[in-house]
Design a protein around this ligand. Structure first.
Ligand SMILES: *[C@@H]1O[C@H](CO)[C@@H](O)[C@H](O)[C@H]1NC(C)=O
Ligand SMILES: *[C@@H]1O[C@H](CO)[C@@H](O)[C@H](O)[C@H]1NC(C)=O
Ligand SMILES: *[C@@H]1O[C@H](CO)[C@@H](O)[C@H](O)[C@H]1NC(C)=O
Ligand SMILES: *[C@@H]1O[C@H](CO)[C@@H](O)[C@H](O)[C@H]1NC(C)=O
Ligand SMILES: *[C@@H]1O[C@H](CO)[C@@H](O)[C@H](O)[C@H]1NC(C)=O
Ligand SMILES: *[C@@H]1O[C@H](CO)[C@@H](O)[C@H](O)[C@H]1NC(C)=O
Length: 331
């Protein structure tokens, strides 16, 4: 009798596990990583409305893996942010992105590879959430507006609406774009897109931190003097914010069923890209500097702040040149 009971209960518990496990798996397929949860192998988090996905990716044929954020609905995969850009992982099955005992988000394989800032928070008091803006936030679990850390404060080479390039006056940190080394290697290349460290309200492109090869010109209240026409598109509304906490440029994007991103590519050119649901493709809608020869490394000679001829935001979407693939490298 008791033996029968046992054999009855064991299958029941197996059924229970089978019914419950897909839910555990599914909760990882949500947008949030909580304490005791981890992301490994091909598991991902997906933002609420399904715009962005976070997980391991491998650029090109590199066979090296990084934690990144990419557009869920865009193919080929278009990465906007990389966590461990300098320290790749070779085996995602043995790597884990998880919430640590001290409330931080950390990536480890056999050792710690990458982590959010090391201030300690009580275990189980913080969560990591991927938002539909493409921002990964570490926040207080019981207060969604108490943000402790966010990927928008640590951009790699890409800027999306909602994020800003600039600086934080309180922490002294800069939010700058730094190019990838090449399309298969997200580690920092020689080019940077930064707010002018001298304090002027303008943005600079610099090579090796010394040579400025492009400048936006100073913000005049509605545009930058070196980017004529940028305030004429109803789709791309730029603003420059200067308050007690931050000094930064922001972008409001007003096109339905479309995405836009600004990217400093590994050739040193900053490009504004547009993807529409109709075209299912990325197209360049503006580039800085417009002439690649204004970039120090491309033509060998440095042309100090040559007169800029900007082809910019004022173009209508129908005249955009379609570009067939992402991260096209110069020939
Ligand atoms: C990757 O890690 C898993 C789990 O530790 C291990 O079973 C597998 O053999 C590893 N694969 C390679 C290619 O090293
Ligand atoms: C973590 O928080 C959840 C929900 O608030 C709670 O059910 C769980 O017991 C907590 N775990 C620990 C170890 O404190
Ligand atoms: C999180 O927010 C709750 C409610 O506002 C607060 O009581 C708690 O101290 C906060 N926790 C942390 C780690 O800031
Ligand atoms: C939630 O966090 C925000 C930002 O830190 C704070 O202003 C607000 O008072 C907090 N709300 C509660 C209920 O603690
Ligand atoms: C631009 O930013 C300023 C300062 O933050 C703000 O007062 C203004 O309303 C913003 N303009 C637009 C068009 O968003
Ligand atoms: C986006 O494009 C797909 C396929 O081209 C189409 O089925 C869908 O209706 C479009 N969505 C919107 C909101 O236009």
């Amino acid at each position: 009798m008791s033996a029968e009971k046992t054999s009855f209960y064991i299958p029941l518990s197996i059924i229970f596990v089978l019914l419950v496990s897909p839910n555990i798996q599914h909760s990882l397929g949500g947008d949030t990583l909580s304490w005791c949860q981890s992301l490994t192998g091909d598991q991902t988090l997906v933002s609420k409305e399904g715009h962005f996905e976070l997980g391991f990716f491998s650029p090109g044929n590199s066979k090296k893996y990084y934690i990144g954020i990419w557009y869920k609905k865009v193919s080929p995969q278009t990465v906007i942010w990389v966590a461990n850009r300098e320290v790749p992982i070779s085996n995602t099955s043995s790597a884990e992105l998880k919430m640590t005992e001290n409330g931080n988000l950390a990536l480890s394989s056999s050792r710690l590879v990458w982590s959010t800032k090391s201030t300690s928070y009580p275990a189980n008091s913080t969560v990591a959430v991927i938002l539909d803006t493409g921002n990964l936030v570490l926040r207080n679990k019981s207060n969604s507006s108490a943000i402790i850390w966010q990927s928008f404060d640590h951009p790699t080479d890409t800027w999306v609406p909602g994020g800003g390039v600039g600086m934080n006056k309180i922490t002294g940190e800069y939010q700058s774009l730094i190019s990838w080394k090449n399309f298969e290697d997200p580690s920092p290349g020689p080019f940077i897109y930064t707010i002018d460290p001298s304090g002027l309200n303008q943005f600079l492109l610099q090579w090796n931190g010394i040579e400025t090869y492009w400048s936006s010109g100073v913000w005049n209240g509605h545009a930058y003097s070196g980017i004529p026409g940028m305030d004429q598109s109803p789709y791309f509304v730029s603003n420059f914010t200067d308050n007690n906490e931050r000094k930064q440029c922001t972008l409001t994007f007003n096109m339905k069923d479309a995405y836009t991103r600004g990217m400093l590519d590994s050739s040193g050119q900053a490009k504004q890209w547009l993807w529409t649901n109709d075209s299912q493709k990325w197209a360049v809608v503006g580039s800085q500097p417009a002439d690649p020869c204004d970039i120090y490394s491309v033509c060998g000679t440095f042309w100090p702040l040559r007169q800029q001829q900007q082809k910019h935001f004022a173009l209508a979407p129908k005249v955009f040149e379609p570009v067939s693939f992402y991260r096209m490298e110069p020939e």
